[in-house]
Each structure stands twice: as C-alpha cells, then as structure tokens.
Design a protein around this ligand. Sequence first.
Ligand SMILES: Cc1cc2nc3c(=O)[nH]c(=O)nc-3n(C[C@H](O)[C@H](O)[C@H](O)COP(=O)(O)OP(=O)(O)OC[C@H]3O[C@@H](n4cnc5c(N)ncnc54)[C@H](O)[C@@H]3O)c2cc1C
Ligand code: FES
Length: 328
Amino acid sequence: MTANIFFQGESYSLQDGETVLECLLRNGKDVSYSCKNGVCQSCLMHSTQGEPTKESQLRLKDSLKAQNFFLACQCRPNQDMGIETLNVEKEFTKGIIYDKEMLCHNVVAIHIKPLADIEARPGQYINLMVEGVVRSYSIANLSNKDGVITLHIRKIANGIVSSWAHDKAKTGDSVLLRGGMGDCFYLGTNNENSFPILLAGTGTGLAPLEAIVLDALDHGHKGKIHIIHGGLKPSDLYHMEKLQSLADSYENLSYTPCVLNKENSVIDIYEGSLDAIVNSAVSTADKINLRAYFCGAPEMVNLLKKNTFIAGVSSKHIFSDPFLQKHT
Ligand SMILES: Cc1cc2nc3c(=O)[nH]c(=O)nc-3n(C[C@H](O)[C@H](O)[C@H](O)COP(=O)(O)OP(=O)(O)OC[C@H]3O[C@@H](n4cnc5c(N)ncnc54)[C@H](O)[C@@H]3O)c2cc1C
Ligand code: FES
C-alpha cells in the first residue's frame, strides 16, 4: 500500500522505501536537514496524524517520543501521516553571542549565553539555527556551571553556518539553540569514580572531549584520564598550552598532541597517526573498565571505535560523535 504524507495543506505519495525527508525534498519542499543519518536531528518534525515509525524515534529523548516528534530522514511510514515542521519559537531557545575568539587558523570559539535553561551536559551537542539553517555543534565547556555555552567551529569552504560563525557573527547577535543531544558526556557521579578514561579526536573533535575532561576533573574523578588531540600539522592544534597546564596540575591527567607532519616544528608534539597512538594507549589500559570517547572526522571516529572494540573494550563503554557533514 502506498502511504501519503500531508504537509502544509498538500498530499504527497511516498515512493517505495522512501523516507519522509526524501519525499519532501523530491517535491521541492524547503525543509531542514544535514546528515541524513539519524544523528544531527536537524530534520526533526512533528506528527499530527499517524504514529511515527520506531526507527525514526530511536535516538530521541522520551519526552520528544511521547509528543510524536520523529526524524524525517529515518522515517519510512507504512501508513498515512500528517506532519509539520518544528515550531521554532517553542522548540528553540534564544541565545546571545557573548564573545568570540579565534583558536587557530581555522577554528573560532563562539560563546553564547542562552536566555533560558538548556538541558545539556558538557560534551553533548546542541543544534544551532542561523539564517534558517540548522547544524550541530558540541559543547566545549562546563556550560551547566558557566551559564554560557562555548562552541568550537571549524571553517568549511562555502559552509553556511561555519562561514557565518567565522565571518559574520559578532558579540550581541542573537541565535537559536536546541539540545542537548548525544551520549558523549562524563558518566561518573561522585569523587569515588576510578575507571580510566581515554579521549581522542581530530580538529574540533577536541570540543566535546575537552568538556568531558573538565567535567570529570570537576567531579573529582580519581582514575587516569588521557586526552589525545590530532591534526594534520602543528597549526591545526589549539588549546595546547591550556591542556598541558591542566595536565601539569592534575596527576591523573595526561595530554598527547599529535600531527601527521611536524613540519620542522620544535614544539613537543608527537608525529604519527592518531589511530596508532590510540591503539597503543588502549593496549596498555585496563580494558574491562576503560571508558573511551572518540569525536571529530567520521572516518577516524569509526576506525578508532572499531580498533578499540577489537582490542577488547565493550561497545557499551565506547562513546562517539562522528561530525557527519551535510549529505546531499
Ligand atoms: C553530532 C555532531 C556534532 C558536531 N560538532 C561540531 C563541532 O563541535 N565543531 C564543528 O566545527 N563541527 C561540528 N559538526 C559539524 C557541523 O554540524 C557542520 O556539519 C559543519 O560546521 C559544516 O556546516 P556548514 O553549514 O558550515 O556547511 P554546509 O553548508 O553544511 O556544507 C557546505 C559544503 O561543505 C561540505 N562539507 C561540510 N562539512 C565538511 C567537512 N567537514 N569536510 C569537507 N566538506 C564538508 C558539505 O558536504 C557541503 O557540500 C558536528 C556535526 C555533528 C553531526
Ligand atoms: S538526523 Fe536527519 S538529517 Fe541528521
């Protein structure tokens, strides 16, 4: 049976195996999306008639499931559905840019003060709406304490939101936020936690990892914490001094910056591939108790997850946020 979707007063027939998002895009509808992979939640919609499929609600919070929200890129309905886009005023929170600073040649930090509480843990990601476009960014600070959310945004050539962040955004501008989402956050509850933590990522993958380290230290985490940040060349790394000075202050924290090519730099950086360093760190770790966090470039995140699992770490203890880009 062909299912139909009813959207903005029109009816559209779904083709075989087609998602709600694909059907709307095929019919020229200007709806929000990015990863098409069920991760970023930019395509979140609301069902006004008919149950969303289980797959389209898998990664949503219970409160959203109960209100019939669903991810359009994961929804292949087998019955008619009435759907609507998000009520931006209701679902997004207004925030004001509080400060902005360059962290390295291609990464800018944007500090945003939300005007209402955002329920998010350091390391989770939020959805940022700018000029009608929604993209995901990870929280890089102790946002729940600071009352400010810090994002690290890498410049992407012709990227809509990253270009806005680098070239247009200024103190006092308002933005819209929604979140937090994802499993990348510190799981310890008290200062007795002694499990080892390994965190690794490339580029702005550092954002959630740094927030998780800060949160673990803030909780008085007793186990070893090792953070590994990779780039192609020395100028791609940022927060080196900050992380090294943190590692100097906490006996249980170590920090390894690494690049594929040192380019004659005299700075103390490891030269080699991130996955080799991570493999070596995992091989000597207490694999039964290790909690591993991997964020950033999707290919690297997937490789690190696979290697760590093969090395003997339970998939339940591996947390990751691949920074999936817009899928056209
Ligand atoms: C869970 C999650 C967390 C994320 N956290 C962060 C974060 O903390 N910091 C951060 O900087 N980004 C993060 N991202 C990526 C971010 O959401 C955007 O995809 C990115 O900023 C590009 O958006 P844009 O609007 O500038 O580019 P778009 O307008 O989406 O893309 C423009 C063009 O560039 C291509 N493109 C997009 N990204 C890349 C890329 N990485 N490499 C090559 N080509 C690309 C697109 O395919 C498109 O053709 C995260 C993504 C996810 C899913
Ligand atoms: S979750 Fe649907 S586009 Fe990313």
